[in-house]
Design a protein around this ligand. Structure first.
Ligand code: AMP
Length: 375
């Protein structure tokens, strides 16, 4: 009998999840506000509705054997009610509720003795000025809700920056955070199955520009002690979160060789995209395996090095992907285009994964591949 996976959200994460679900023999339904979304283009059924509203989520639940979400703005309250009513939804709505409010997420981490940068709730420009006296400059102002891909935070370098940042981020309540002078940013993607079994993908380095992820390097070039510490902290974070599936823990590696958690994603994550070609089992396949109760696959790398480069939009207009063949003519290079109709500056339009033997050569080849593509 056909089994259906329901995904709340129709972005690129939903698309890659849907592809993995198909490979495992599932039918896929997705919920997204407009037709023709990246996931809608590959799903068996598109339900048109907002991920923040009850109606579409109910319709999706009614046709799904196993349900998940690919976006934190999914309506956690409705997901919680549906779970109570017996629907199989993972990760748990409770986990989503904690994570979707970034301030609550930080409080949760601190309460469980996970190292995080100091932070404080901010209600006004004057509040932020007072907090700056404690944190010093630079510090960060961050949106509690709805922040993604660098759109929810600002580095405040001097007092005069505060009012502008407040105006720009005003659609959400804010909090302030102490600046972490990090050496590297790291991420650990962890998957937990229904029997409680857990596996993590090798620690990766993520490189951000303008607060948005540009490159992921697997494995991270770090010494063994930091690797162990990052894995240990990721394991401790995940142990406190309910539900099964893939989680990502983003961290800073500090100058004194410590690890501080920046944030958690209760879902497949950009720092795991290289796993499609680079690992024995992709994060997408392992997420579907986890939520449907199948055994998890190996998370080991298949090549010594895998490098992922995001293809970000650089203008506003209709997307016209070019140069894909030229990029893929480089050995070990794979290009993914998400099918978004419109491009915008810094919108995630696709990604490239390059596999290779050494870090420097693979990074160079991934960078060259990116140069050959225009959107
Ligand atoms: P976030 O909005 O929390 O996902 O952060 C996006 C990016 O902003 C991170 O990957 C870092 O590059 C930078 N960032 C966030 N928080 C801090 C911090 N406390 N100190 C320094 N850089 C930060």
């Amino acid at each position: 009998m056909e089994k259906w996976i329901g995904i709340v959200g129709g972005g690129q994460l939903g698309r890659m999840l849907a592809n993995a679900a198909h490979e495992l023999g599932f039918k896929v339904a997705i919920l997204e506000a407009a037709p023709g979304s990246p996931a809608g283009l590959v799903a068996d059924r598109e339900i048109i509705g907002r991920v923040t509203e009850e109606a579409g989520i109910h319709e999706l639940a009614n046709m799904s054997d196993h349900m998940t979400f690919e976006i934190e703005s999914a309506d956690a309250h409705t997901l919680r009610e549906l779970t109570r009513a017996g629907f199989d939804i993972n990760p748990s709505a409770e986990t989503l509720e904690i994570i979707k409010d970034k301030f609550r997420q930080k409080e949760f981490l601190r309460a469980h003795d996970i190292p995080v940068a100091d932070f404080a709730l901010i209600e006004s420009v004057d509040d932020a000025k007072r907090q700056a006296e404690i944190f010093g400059y630079p510090f960060l102002l961050k949106a509690r809700f709805g922040a993604y891909d660098g759109r929810g935070n600002r580095v405040i370098r001097r007092e005069e920056d505060i009012a502008a940042a407040f105006a720009e981020l005003s659609s959400s309540p804010l909090y302030a955070e102490r600046f972490v002078p990090f050496m590297k940013e790291l991420s650990v993607v962890v998957v937990r199955g229904k029997k409680g079994e857990e596996k993590n993908y090798p620690v990766v380095e993520t490189i951000h520009e303008n607060n948005i992820c540009h490159m992921v390097i697997a494995p991270a070039e770090i010494d063994g002690a930091i690797r162990t510490r990052a894995e240990e902290i990721a394991g401790r974070v995940i142990a406190h979160l309910k539900g099964v599936g893939v989680f990502a823990v983003e961290m800073f590696m500090t100058e004194d060789g410590d690890v501080v958690v920046n944030e958690i994603a209760p879902r497949v994550h950009n720092s795991g995209h290289h796993s499609i070609e680079g690992c024995e089992t992709s994060q997408f396949e392992n997420h579907i395996r986890a939520i449907s109760g199948m055994p998890l696959g190996s998370t080991a790398l298949k090549a010594p090095v895998a490098v992922m480069v995001n293809i970000l939009g650089d203008r506003t207009g209709m997307a016209e992907p070019r140069g894909i063949e030229e990029a893929e003519s480089l050995s070990g290079v794979h290009v993914h285009i998400y099918g978004k109709v419109e491009t915008r500056p810094e919108r995630k339009m696709g990604h490239i994964t390059a596999l290779g033997d050494t870090h420097s050569e693979t990074i160079a080849r991934a960078t060259e591949a990116r140069k050959r593509i225009s959107i």
